[in-house]
Design a protein around this ligand. Structure first.
Ligand SMILES: C[S@@+](CC[C@H](N)C(=O)[O-])C[C@H]1O[C@@H](n2cnc3c(N)ncnc32)[C@H](O)[C@@H]1O
Length: 252
């Protein structure tokens, strides 16, 4: 198959004009993309998922909830020029960053601001779906996984990562407990909800996938200093920022 150019698969029926409020906390400084300041946290995971997914020349790849396109951009050289990658995310600011960088690097990649729950793709249009730390944020997870299954070609594959449970993340657990005690609410736990392998397996099986394998992986994220880490957590981390937004500056 020689598709020759990025996909024009998108008979666009909907335009998402703003990101979900729960996901997109107000950001400090001049940054507006929700991921712009922390590629260091997610980029190492793209290598792990690439190793699992092994994109092959000629494949059509969907990077679902692509953020700033870390996985998509890494996959393009592996599938092009006979295949291509498309990145899709709900957050226009993230997609703008992905597009600005990705389009300079290759013409075999395309970007779209859309919802995972309703993919503007034809049935069986994709050989490999990758969803790196996106599933937890979807408002309708079963619908999103059904969509992944619908757009997948026969023999296609899905590689997805979710965080393990809150009990495996001491920093986030501390934030969760502190904000619960202080505010009586916390959105932190929901982001770790798919750490339960049984729940994750049921979600994926119910959408029609077979031959499902779930395995635990850990890597170490490195920040230059504690201030950088805290600035990321307070302003950007999708697991923490929405909750901390409710605290005044001194309590943060
Ligand atoms: C933790 S980030 C991961 C981004 C990227 N996959 C990475 O690993 O760098 C989660 C992403 O999910 C996106 N997202 C949240 N809800 C979504 C939805 N319903 N449809 C598509 N993307 C969504 C967010 O905008 C965000 O970019």
């Amino acid at each position: 198959m020689d598709v020759g150019a990025p996909p024009d698969l998108f008979p666009c029926t909907e335009e998402v004009s703003s990101p979900p409020k729960a996901w997109c906390p107000p950001l400090r400084g001049h940054h507006s993309g929700s991921q712009r300041r922390h590629p260091g946290l997610f980029a190492p995971w793209a290598s792990v998922l690439l190793g699992l997914a092994r994109p092959r020349p000629g494949e059509r790849v969907l990077d679902l909830a692509c953020g700033i396109g870390v996985f998509a951009r890494a996959a393009v050289p592996m599938v092009s020029p006979s295949g291509w990658v498309t990145g899709l995310d709900l957050d226009p600011a993230n997609v703008a960053v992905a597009r600005a960088v990705g389009d300079r690097e290759s013409r075999f990649v395309g970007w779209h601001v859309r919802r995972a729950e309703r993919l503007p793709l034809r049935d069986a249009a994709i050989d490999l779906v990758v969803c790196q730390f996106g599933l937890m944020f979807f408002s309708d997870r079963p619908a999103a996984v059904r969509e992944m299954h619908r757009v997948m070609s026969k023999g296609g594959r899905l590689v997805a990562s979710t965080w393990q449970g809150l009990d495996r993340h001491p920093f986030h657990q501390a934030i969760h407990e502190a904000t619960l005690a202080r505010l009586g609410i916390s959105t932190v736990a929901s982001v770790f909800a798919l750490g339960d392998a049984d729940e994750l397996g049921t979600l994926v099986h119910s959408a029609g996938f077979s031959d499902v394998r779930i395995e635990a992986r850990s890597i170490t994220a490195r920040f230059a200093n504690a201030q950088e880490f805290l600035a990321f957590e307070l302003g950007v981390d999708p697991a923490v920022a929405p909750t901390l937004r409710h605290l005044d500056r001194r309590d943060q």
